[in-house]
Design a protein around this ligand. Sequence first.
Ligand code: PLP
Length: 334
Amino acid sequence: MKQIALFEQGIHPTPIVEMSGDYGKNRYYIKREDMIPFSFGGNKARKAAEFYKEIKDCEADIVMTYGSNSSNHCRIIANMACAMGLACHIISPEENREMLYNTRLVEEFGAVIETCPVTKVSETIDRRVEAYRQEGKNPYFILGGGHGNPGTRACVNTYREIADYEEQTGICFDYIFHASGTGTTQAGLVSGKLLMEDRKRKNAQTVKEKKIVGISIARNEERGREVVRQSVEEYLGEKYQALYKEEELIFTDAYCMGGYGKYTQEVKQTIEEVMAKDGIPMDSTYVGKAFYGMKRYVEEHQICGKNILFVHTGGAPLYFDLLDKGQETERRQA
Ligand SMILES: *Cc1c(COP(=O)(O)O)cnc(C)c1O
């Protein structure tokens, strides 16, 4: 089977395994979305597979998107465009130009990176799309982070895989935790849960209570929640009214630590512990920060004796940025 089949036929279910380290008074499982076999995996690879179909269907010749120098999404989209033989144009804020592994990879794939002040992003995108159209080209624009319905649909599949695992093993998760950024992953998980539980109820099957907790890595609660809710509404369409309930959406900004990319020494220690005890790399912007946030949430809500699933959403190149930073600090101290 060719690598491209991944996008055409869909992604194989990613592994769910119980963790070995001692992270609290519960059983901890992890879903390895980071092991999706394209461009270091992660939720952006899962989303990209859905965008792949759209790009093919509309016969685009340029793939455009937006993201920062640390963006996993930009890496995957640039890689996919390159693999498809299409041009790729990335708009990126000029405020942060540090060369990170993701930035280097995007360059490696031959993408054009256009920088502009973060306040001018939206007009720059509009102008560039228009300019390509004027040239007779057919650009396909993907929102930052792979936000939008195809991205949500991709993450509904993540939930479906979790439900299948529960069915096959008899292990039921009481909680699902994950890093929430643009909110698409959470929207997909929540939509998937609502749809599947609805089907179960209609078939007179019992539905066990389960909570999906999005740990915000940047956004405040009000805005974060609203974006997730909107995406759920957009995805569910006419079923939204009947299925959606406020309490299905748990989004906490309690572990934001001052915003995007910011983290504490405790986050770093947690990342080192998970790598040492479980051999699973986590980055400090998304996954490690959220895993640490989960540990705190579980303590603060006195959750014990439960089955907890943490969704590892990827970001491997950022793990190496963190390693490099550690070395720099050591060198400075030496
Ligand atoms: C983008 C990203 C997230 C956040 O996912 P959203 O769907 O944007 O909420 C989490 N983890 C990693 C590694 C990411 O790259």
